[in-house]
Design a protein around this ligand. Structure first.
Ligand SMILES: C[S@@+](CC[C@H](N)C(=O)[O-])C[C@H]1O[C@@H](n2cnc3c(N)ncnc32)[C@H](O)[C@@H]1O
Length: 289
């Protein structure tokens, strides 16, 4: 039983249970407060156009390679989802997507609407369709967008296997590609921005905001803090290791960018995307004015 199950499904208030509750609450409180005294991070959020292109090309190369090697595992890095064992765990993979989409619908419900009212949605960084498929069950039409052709091929196979008729998939490899997309009633992006260096992340976020219709919603996740994180583009480009990048955009930049693009922030929810408590990960629900 997790600490959260224990705290939310409390047994009767016996003395013993109250003491156990107290310990659990203290531990939960320590987790909630873990970044309250955090120091500022030094992060380059702007670079020259040539550096920007190099950073973006590297993201594309990495995800194309990951998609060819082991696409589902690259989306959720659990050994169960390696291609050798995927067939026995594919239902579990997609049920995790169901959970994310149920949370999105709950957030929309809290602000007075629901997924069933959404006619057009974009799933940015759709990967293999883990979120596009459950989202398409409740919305009119979903466009899945990704930088990696290999992920899109897997997504296409999943969409066909699950018989979804209302999903289209397209590749976008530049900011301009995103800006060329139509506007949507809902733009969703989970566990995508974090894989782009902060200057690229910021431009993608701006482009995503521009694709939300007036009155429409943005539901987007980013990591907004990690102890010891710093970002210098020159140092980053000097690092030749070919790895899955993990980046952070400071919370005030994340929120100011969304607001500056004409959206009202309705909710900011903590989320454990990195499965690592040194990170702070947040999901914003915002509405275009
Ligand atoms: C960890 S996976 C998440 C996939 C999906 N959002 C999900 O939650 O199942 C990250 C996906 O984002 C895509 N991606 C990363 N950076 C991107 C970018 N700049 N533009 C478009 N797609 C990107 C990757 O190719 C990969 O498919």
């Amino acid at each position: 039983m997790t600490i959260f199950h224990k705290l939310f499904n409390k047994p009767a208030n016996t003395r013993k249970n109250l003491d156990a509750d107290h310990e659990d609450t203290e531990r939960a409180y320590a987790i909630i407060m873990r970044h309250a005294n955090a120091a500022p991070m030094t992060i380059d959020t702007h670079v020259d156009p040539e550096t920007f292109k190099r950073l973006q090309n590297r993201v594309e190369d990495t995800w194309s390679r990951l998609g060819q090697e082991d696409a589902h595992w690259s989306v959720i890095t659990d050994e169960k989802f390696r291609k050798e064992s995927l067939s026995s765990h594919i239902d579990q993979f997609f049920s995790m997507g169901d959970g994310d989409i149920a949370r999105l619908d709950a957030a929309l419900n809290r602000v007075g609407t629901s997924l069933s009212n959404i006619e057009s949605a974009m799933d940015f960084g759709c990967g293999v369709g883990r979120l596009s498929v459950p989202m398409a069950r409740s919305t009119g039409h979903v466009l899945g967008v990704d930088i990696s052709a290999a992920h899109l091929r897997e997504a296409k196979a999943n969409v066909a296997r699950m018989g979804c008729q209302n999903i289209e998939l397209v590749r976008a490899s530049s900011i301009q590609d995103i800006k060329n997309l139509p506007e949507f009633e809902l733009v969703l992006s989970l566990i995508v921005l974090q894989h782009n260096p902060p200057p690229v992340m910021l431009e993608i976020l701006n482009a995503l905001c521009s694709r939300v219709k007036p009155g429409g919603y943005l539901y987007v996740q980013a990591q907004t803090y990690r102890q010891g994180y710093r970002y210098c583009a020159t140092d980053d480009l000097a690092d030749t290791l070919d790895k899955m990048e993990m980046h952070v955009l400071p919370q005030h930049v994340f929120l100011e960018t969304i607001q500056g693009a004409g959206l009202t922030i309705l909710e900011v929810t903590e989320n454990g995307a990195a499965w690592d408590l040194s990170y702070k990960s947040q999901v914003v629900l915002a509405r275009k004015r």
